[in-house]
Ligand binder design. Structure first.
Ligand SMILES: Nc1ncnc2c1ncn2[C@@H]1O[C@H](COP(=O)(O)OP(=O)(O)OP(=O)(O)O)[C@@H](O)[C@H]1O
Ligand SMILES: [Mg+2]
Length: 256
């Protein structure tokens, strides 16, 4: 992961923004916000895929952020609004949680704390950013989503996938219609991030075995859900990977 948010005291901008947001329970049903008369997400059955929600997944240095930028441009050509966002993060509060999660300065969270912080950030991200954008008709392009929790906290850290699925159902309730998995050999991906990051974040500092488990989990999930996943060989040149991602998205949109 990259782009560790700066931890520490909140900035005035973040505080100011938070101060202007009324308590969600008293907020009028603004355009795009989930209808408060609907049952809360956790009480709806299952996890619903959304046809304008696309996620990018893959290990470190696979090229997710690079591909996201190319895909965003392709989606915008159609004239639709495109919201490009990332996890953990995507709202001021969730970005603060990202800073806590990735900062190597404090003690490492337990695997359970890491999972719950990821889902706390994700719940906020869905509520504040993703669901409103989808409700107003925008495309949402997300750099990592719940599959990252299955891969990193499930495969990587060994937490029970059934527990992750329960959290997904209760606090997310939403799934991308299309997930592009950028698959690359662990060492090659890590080599790319070494060239990019001066100081690796806490998760980037894990050992190769951890990332091998992450990769295997991603591949198993893609094999189990071929309707949602498209696997792209991310070892190709960046332009090729981006072109392949755009092709896959177009083909998926046409068959949907
Ligand atoms: N196909 C590619 N070939 C070679 N280098 C690439 C390719 N795609 C991306 N890069 C470079 O590799 C580095 C990592 O790419 P990028 O940040 O897009 O990966 P990422 O999957 O978002 O990584 P992270 O998981 O750390 O966020 C960047 O310096 C980027 O310019
Ligand atoms: Mg990235």
């Amino acid at each position: 992961m990259s782009g560790t948010g700066s931890p520490g005291k909140p900035t005035d901008a973040v505080r100011g923004e938070a101060a202007q947001v009324p308590d969600a329970r008293h907020r009028p049903a603004a355009a795009g916000h989930p209808d408060p008369r609907q049952p809360p997400i956790g009480q709806r059955p299952g996890v619903t895929p959304h046809p304008r929600f696309v996620s990018l997944e893959g290990g470190e240095g696979a090229g997710k952020t690079t591909v996201l930028n190319a895909l965003r441009e392709a989606l915008r050509e159609g004239g639709d609004e495109v919201v490009a966002t990332r996890e953990p993060g995507g709202t001021p509060l969730a970005e603060r949680i990202r800073g806590l999660l990735l900062d190597p300065a404090h003690e490492a969270p337990s695997a359970e704390a890491e999972l719950l912080l990821m889902f706390a950030a994700r719940a906020q991200h869905v509520h504040e950013t993703i669901a409103p954008a989808l409700a107003r008709g925008a495309w949402v392009l997300c750099d990592r989503f719940t599959d990252s929790s299955y891969a990193y906290q499930g495969g990587g850290r060994g937490l029970d996938a059934a527990w992750i699925a329960e959290l997904e159902r209760r606090v997310v309730g939403l799934q991308p219609g299309l997930t592009l998995l950028l698959d690359i050999d662990v060492a090659r991906g890590r080599e790319r991030t070494r060239g990019r990051d001066l100081v690796p974040d806490r998760i980037e500092s894990e050992r190769d075995e951890f990332f091998e488990r992450v990769r295997a989990t991603y591949r198993a999930r893609a094999a189990a859900e071929p309707g949602r996943f498209r696997v792209i060989d991310a070892s190709q040149a960046a332009a090729e990977v981006a072109a392949e991602a755009v092709r896959q998205w177009r083909a998926w949109r046409e068959q949907a």
